[in-house]
Design a protein around this ligand. Structure first.
Ligand code: ZN
Length: 471
């Protein structure tokens, strides 16, 4: 499995690997450099980074916090639309397609305000922390008020999401998304946004860039990036402006790619090339780029993605929920595309489920086993996601890294039994989000013994926030 270069031009501050420990954690088992090691001490410095790491420490040092189970680097959820969580369950009634699901999603979007979105997103991000997620990539396109009017602060929705992540205790990369058109349209000009889509649109990519450039979020838990919603929603002539904005800042750039065959057909019909080729032609495919879904690709598309250094975020639970299809993940991997994982529409929020789905979907499609090891799948859920989101220094349990980690219990009905050396296999192929016992972000204990330390009642917060959005 490919790993992208872990550089980060946004990173600030030194990596104080030799600073004195402020907190000490003793892990029954920890996943270090792809190996399960027993009895590991993780020291955390006052800057919230990992200091010394010691293995085979038989007894927890005095004052150490004991983490029973397998401790992993924090999980990175590389693709999220927080408000889609409000659709859970409701869209499972009857049949329908991606496009009918999209209508339900628009109805929910229409009811959100900055206040109600903060309340919902805080609960959703708290659910993520309970699932071991320490960093989320929020692919954010719900920018404006109903009918498209600007809020007093045109970035009010973005600020709501950043505040929600802070109050749920996780890191966020706010991927501000250009969404300008409702379809590719004749001559590639882009069809005008529908009434519902006016909330998403800045009108032009230049106006998008001006709004995003004015967004200066506070906090060391947040970084910003850009996104092209899709070739459906950003006309070809506007793609370069978004790509250039990200290029100038060395920022992550994400794009929904070929989730539906209808997108490919429309693009081929108007531009005479696939969405992948169109993005390549306009400078969107780069080593900082992550293509989300990448479900319906041809051989040339796969080669282009690999050659350009573009990563791919697979969202298997959403792709199966929406009957999208199974993307060519093994071929993309072989072509050199680094893989990451996202819960996208939040049909479930469980990166262990996403990780095993990558392998198990491929087993069904190919009728062969062993496409990826558990370690490779964990790497996609950790290092792959963090790199895609511009937080490469959260990727591994190593001195100098941000002290972001999570512990999976190995004593539940799902995980009890196997010998310790199989802990990674158990985490990927048997554990669920419900087995997460601890989540630590920047050295702060955000989930302790399965309970969120900042949000008292996460199910209650979700229920309250979602009930407020019902018609
Ligand atoms: Zn998406």
């Amino acid at each position: 499995m490919t790993t992208r270069t872990r550089t980060n031009p946004n990173a600030t501050g030194p990596a104080p690997g030799d600073a004195p420990a402020e907190k000490v954690y003793w892990c029954e088992l920890a996943w270090l450099n792809g190996t399960v090691e027993p009895q590991v001490v993780l020291e955390v410095t006052g800057q919230g980074r990992l200091g010394a790491i010691r293995t085979a420490v038989g007894t927890p040092p005095p004052g150490a916090t004991v983490l029973r189970g397998l401790t992993l680097p924090g999980l990175a959820n590389a693709h999220s639309h927080a408000f889609h969580r409000a659709l859970r369950g409701t869209v499972q009634v009857g049949s329908g397609t991606f496009w009918t699901w999209r209508d339900s999603m628009y109805q929910t979007a229409a009811r959100l305000t900055p206040d109600s979105y903060y309340t919902l997103a805080r609960a959703v991000y708290a659910e993520m922390a309970l699932a071991g997620i320490t960093c989320v990539g929020e692919f954010h396109y719900l920018h404006h008020g109903p009918g498209g009017e600007r809020y007093d602060d045109p970035n009010a929705m973005s600020h709501a999401l950043v505040a929600a992540a802070a109050d749920a205790g996780i890191r966020i990369t706010l991927l501000d998304t250009a969404y300008l058109a409702s379809g590719i349209g004749r001559k590639g000009r882009g069809e005008a946004p529908t009434r519902q889509q006016l909330r998403f649109s800045d009108g032009t990519a230049q106006a998008w860039a001006e709004r995003v450039s004015a967004f200066r979020p506070q906090g060391d838990h947040v970084r910003t990036g850009a996104a092209v919603h899709s070739v459906r929603a950003v006309p070809a002539r506007e793609l370069g402006t978004v790509a250039q904005w990200a290029e100038e800042r060395g920022a992550p750039l994400h794009v929904h790619l070929s989730e539906q065959t209808a997108e490919n057909e429309a693009c081929l019909g108007v531009h005479g090339m696939t969405p992948t080729a169109l993005l390549a032609e306009h400078g969107v495919l780069t080593p900082r780029t992550t293509a989300v879904h990448a479900t319906h690709l041809d051989k040339d598309d796969i080669r282009r993605i690999g050659r350009s250094g573009t990563g791919v975020c697979m969202c298997p639970t959403t792709e199966r929920d929406l009957a999208d299809g199974i993307g060519p993940a093994p071929a993309l991997d072989r072509a050199g595309a680094a893989l990451s994982l996202g819960s996208d529409s939040h049909a479930v929020i469980d990166l262990f489920e996403e990780a095993r789905a990558l392998e198990l979907d491929e087993r069904l499609a190919s009728r062969t086993r062993g496409h990826w090891t558990a370690g490779q799948l964990l790497r996609a859920a950790t290092e792959g996601g963090h790199t895609a989101l511009g937080w490469p220094e959260s990727s591994r349990l190593e001195t100098g890294a941000l002290a972001d980690f999570t512990t999976v219990g190995l004593d539940s009905v799902r995980t009890a039994g196997p010998v310790p050396r199989l802990a990674a296999e158990v985490a990927v192929f048997a554990a669920t989000a419900a087995d997460v016992r601890h989540t630590v972000v920047g050295g702060r204990h955000i989930v302790r013994d399965g309970a969120h330390t900042l949000v008292d009642d996460v199910p209650g917060a979700l229920a309250h926030a979602i009930a407020a959005l019902r018609p």
